[in-house]
Ligand binder design. Structure first.
Ligand SMILES: [Zn+2]
Length: 444
């Protein structure tokens, strides 16, 4: 028997485009369809603000007009501490629609203009860093609440699991920043002299004799072999153009890089673009960098996790199928409140983009250099995060740089990276490349 279609009526005070986007995203991972209707008497869900709706509808979702009436104005930002009911935190008073939109669209970043020296919005700058909305997948709790409400009125539905025989997925990725620890001979020798604990003359000689023996370069082989060991897929993001010093110093046409890419493709892994720093505000740069590859590129991650809420996604749209930049540099967690991909809403143009976001949960340097926590604590936090993601049939998006596989990271590999992968494998995860994830979503 066909499932019932959930009929939704929107109050005239609600912006239809934003509500349609939000309902579409919430229902993306619920196994029932919905439609908007114009006669409130036939509705299963009424979303609005008139208390008369309580009598007429089966589900009345009360809209918090603080959001809808003050849209994009400073006074639409909720006050911390946010309201919490049954372990669910709401930016807008029990309003799962406005709250979902707030998180998925990155609404706070649009109005809270604090940025670091690279123009990045950090977790530290958030007005809600004590409210758990970015450290727990709150959108998934709203989605579950919607499912509960539907079941209560006899519309039987469950959360969609798009991973077939597995409960959750792994998106393992590697940003190729620096690939040589010993690049310039003069600087290298100076470093060996000044920091003998970190740089060694023997390593230097090996690297100069053959660059593929450089400890950073060996990170490629290490990561590929670790993934292969468990039958996992890895996605490598490469920088294709050098625009400034921070973009680093290799060329995708270098023979060593060509050979690495061949190996990546041979293993059915994916190559994506690690877009230069300046490209986050420049659509021509993004296009040029994509076109420098002599094969098709589907996915992008901005170097330094650069993102401008009004520009970056708009420029990536139509060039790429997905972006995977949106995690906080300084905190592991859920920058868009979810552990599942979604289509990006462009707050600047008020447009629903074709671009998907696969949000980033955790990266190596966030744990070691920004959060400054130990290997043991990192491992425990990742375990906790993974079990939360598994509960919601989500994706654990984990970034480890090939340049962070050398000696100074050895305890991080043995105590964090390796046991996490092992644990994921034993815990029945489905590992996919970025584009494989997007195809799964489009087919579901
Ligand atoms: Zn990078």
């Amino acid at each position: 028997m066909d499932k019932l279609i959930v009929r939704i009526f929107l109050d005239h005070k609600i912006d239809h485009k934003i509500a349609a986007y939000t309902f579409t995203e919430i229902f993306r991972y619920i196994d029932t369809k919905f439609e908007f209707i114009t006669n409130q008497n036939n509705a299963d869900i009424i979303y609005g603000v008139n208390d008369e709706f309580i009598l007429k509808s089966k589900i009345y979702l009360k809209a918090d007009m603080k959001f809808w009436e003050n849209y994009k104005k400073q006074n639409s930002l909720p006050q911390s501490p946010l309201k919490k009911i049954n372990d669910i935190v709401y930016p807008y008073d029990q309003d799962i629609i406005a709250s979902t939109f707030f998180l998925l669209s990155g609404y706070e970043e649009y109005l809270n203009l604090k940025r670091d020296k690279y123009q990045r919005f950090l977790f530290e700058f958030s007005l809600y860093k004590n409210d758990r909305i970015y450290t727990e997948p709150m959108v998934e709790k709203y989605r579950d609440y919607m499912i509960t409400l539907l079941n209560q009125i006899g519309i039987l539905c469950v959360r969609k699991n798009i991973w077939s025989d597995k409960e959750y997925a792994l998106f393992l990725s590697h940003d190729v920043d620096g690939i040589y620890k010993y690049r310039s001979s003069i600087k290298s020798l100076a470093k060996i002299f000044l920091k003998p604990s970190k740089f060694s003359f023997i390593e230097f000689l090996k690297s100069k004799y053959n660059q593929t023996n450089d400890p950073y370069f060996l990170g490629f082989d290490y990561l590929i072999e670790e993934s292969k060991k468990y039958g996992f897929k890895s996605t490598f993001f490469f920088i294709s153009k050098i625009r400034e010093k921070l973009d680093n110093f290799y060329n995708i046409t270098d023979q060593v890089i060509v050979d690495i890419m061949k190996k990546i493709k041979f293993n059915k892994f994916e190559v994506g673009l690690h877009a230069t720093i300046a490209s986050y505000k420049n659509s021509l740069f993004l296009k040029e960098e994509k076109d420098l590859f002599n094969f098709n590129i589907d996915g992008v991650r901005q170097h330094y996790l650069m993102n401008n809420i009004c520009e970056t996604a708009q420029y990536q749209n139509k060039l790429f199928q997905y972006d995977s930049t949106l995690g906080f540099v300084d905190m592991i967690g859920f920058r868009r409140g979810t552990c599942l991909p979604f289509q990006v809403y462009d707050l600047d143009q008020e447009a629903i983009l074709e671009l998907y976001e696969i949000p980033l949960n955790a990266m190596d340097v966030t744990l070691k250099q920004y959060m400054r926590i130990s290997e043991d604590t990192s491992y425990k936090l990742l375990q906790k995060m993974i079990s939360e993601i598994k509960k919601y049939n989500g994706i654990f998006s984990f970034l480890w740089h090939p340049g962070n596989c050398s000696d100074e990271w050895s305890t991080w590999l043995s105590k964090v990276y390796e046991p996490t992968l092992k644990e994921l494998h034993q815990n029945n995860v489905k590992s996919l490349t970025g584009i494989e994830i997007i195809k799964k979503i489009q087919l579901s």
